[in-house]
Design a protein around this ligand. Structure first.
Ligand SMILES: Cc1cc2nc3c(=O)[nH]c(=O)nc-3n(C[C@H](O)[C@H](O)[C@H](O)COP(=O)(O)OP(=O)(O)OC[C@H]3O[C@@H](n4cnc5c(N)ncnc54)[C@H](O)[C@@H]3O)c2cc1C
Length: 336
């Protein structure tokens, strides 16, 4: 276990904002997790569990607490009658896992290619993209339960998955440290029809390879064109969540001319549509650029302070509400 002091949160998160964290502990084996929590208890400090920092934002005053990061690596593979079970340690980089699975011809997570972050964070907000979410294949996770001080297994059904949600970021927030995740993947390919933008890309480029590797290439190309690489441009999450509506809300929205998609996962309006139509696409607000390709994405071009981000966020949220009557919800978590 490595204990570091006064580390800038801006260096640990992809939005690159945030002052110093008092302590950052990197854990390399499960036994070190209770040691790290005990260190925080002894020093009377709160704990924040961090992964790659792709969905987390720091504040200027930093964090007077202990940030714990998993550095536990490894993948275990088990062939079962139902498919291949992959157990992945939480410190693995998520996209390496997708690459590994696709190379073995395993389907189930190929559309989740290039989502930045560590495997341990993947179930927290039930990562999703292009018609797949981790909940579709995740069977269980191993956790350290801070409320009982024990190691436990939580099954898929224990996790209460929905759009960008699980118990890990709602009812049981901060209770569990995710050690590893287990997904069941099968040989084969994703069923058609694929997500709209994949179908559009296939038609435009005459593509016929729909194997996991093929879909991974398509998704990677779409994302490269639309989304910033957080190593090159500072950003976090999709900054705003999409809006999910009940059937009657969807009808009301449609009657006002808003584009509602009725999919397997419910009725959805892409929040980016409101941001774009409110005139924000490509705009620079307080050093924060609203992406002109995906309006849900905010890029930190020159903001140095959390307040710059907060002001840009308020301008967008308030104007969208004034024009369309919907409050946009922020996706990234804040370290407070
Ligand atoms: C350019 C870009 C594109 C993105 N595209 C997508 C997308 O298509 N779909 C999508 O769903 N997300 C997307 N995201 C968001 C982000 O990639 C995911 O949320 C990812 O899972 C974050 O992983 P992380 O390791 O960076 O988590 P962090 O940001 O470090 O942490 C996120 C949350 O998980 C908790 N957490 C982290 N590790 C653990 C652990 N081991 N145990 C318990 N809790 C933990 C943290 O406390 C925090 O609440 C995107 C982000 C960026 C910057």
């Amino acid at each position: 276990m490595r204990i570091n002091e006064n580390i800038l949160i801006s260096s640990l998160t992809t939005m690159r904002l945030g002052g110093p964290a008092r302590y950052v502990i990197e854990v390399e084996k499960p036994e070190e997790i209770p040691e790290a929590y005990n260190f925080a208890i002894t020093n009377k400090l709160p704990v924040f569990v961090l992964g790659y920092g792709a969905n987390t934002i720091g504040h200027d005053e930093g964090y007077n607490g202990v940030i714990i990061i998993s550095r536990m690596k490894g993948i275990q593979e088990e062939e079962t009658a139902d498919g291949t079970k992959l157990t992945i340690m939480g410190g693995e980089y998520w996209d390496n896992i997708v690459d590994y699975a696709c190379k073995k011809g395993l389907t189930g997570i190929e559309a989740l290619s290039k989502i930045p972050g560590l495997a341990g964070a993947a179930p927290v907000q039930n990562i999703g993209a292009y018609g797949q979410e981790i909940a579709n294949t995740l069977q269980s996770i191993e956790v350290y339960d801070t409320s009982t001080g024990t190691f436990r297994t939580l099954s898929h059904d224990d996790l209460g998955f929905s759009y960008r949600k699980s118990i890990l970021n709602t009812t049981e927030k901060n209770r569990y440290f995710v050690i590893s995740i287990t997904s069941l993947l099968k040989k084969g390919q994703m069923p058609r029809p694929f997500y709209r933008s994949i179908e559009t890309y296939i038609s435009a480029n005459n593509i016929t390879d729909f194997s996991p590797q093929g879909i991974r290439s398509i998704v990677s190309a779409i994302r490269k064109d639309k989304l910033p690489d957080p190593m090159e441009k500072a950003s976090a999450g999709s900054f705003f969540k999409n809006i999910y509506l009940t059937d009657s809300e969807a009808e009301a929205a449609e009657s006002k001319g808003y584009p509602v998609y009725r999919g397997k996962d419910g009725n959805k309006i892409n929040s980016g549509w409101f941001i774009e139509h409110a005139g924000f696409s490509g705009k620079l607000l307080h050093g924060i650029r609203v992406s002109d390709k995906a309006s849900l994405v905010l890029i930190n071009e020159s903001a140095k302070s959390y307040n710059d981000l907060a002001e840009a966020r308020a301008e967008i949220i308030n104007k969208v509400y004034d024009i369309y009557g919907y409050w946009l919800e922020q996706e990234p978590i804040e370290i407070v």
